[in-house]
Each structure stands twice: as structure tokens, then as C-alpha cells.
Ligand binder design. Structure first.
Ligand SMILES: [Zn+2]
Length: 56
């Protein structure tokens, strides 16, 4: 299935070997897909946000 990352817009072909297959299987359209790169980035930024106080 071809999906498009909602963050960077990159298109990916998610197959059964893809780590995100569970998120798209059985769906006809995936609107909230986030690619592996952006998942790692978001996760990293979330960790950083927990370490540092939020800038006001
Ligand atoms: Zn992305």
C-alpha cells in the first residue's frame, strides 16, 4: 500500500515486511501515516521536551 507521510510528505510503499504494516493493514486509506524518519524525529523531540523546561 502506498502511503504519504503527514509530516514530510514522503511517499512510502508499506508492505508486509514494513515495520508499520500493522498500522495500515486492513485499511483502504491511511490519512495519519508518519514515516519512520519522522517517527524517530518526533520521538526524539518528545524526549528533549521532557528534559528541558518549555520556553515561554
Ligand atoms: Zn516523514
Amino acid at each position: 500500500m502506498e502511503v504519504r507521510c503527514m509530516l514530510c510528505g514522503k511517499k512510502e510503499d508499506v508492505t508486509q515486511e514494513h515495520p508499520k504494516w500493522d498500522e495500515v493493514r486492513g485499511k483502504t486509506k491511511v490519512v495519519t501515516y508518519i514515516c519512520l524518519n519522522c517517527t524517530a524525529k518526533v520521538r526524539y523531540e518528545a524526549n528533549e521536551g521532557q528534559k528541558l523546561p518549555k520556553p515561554m
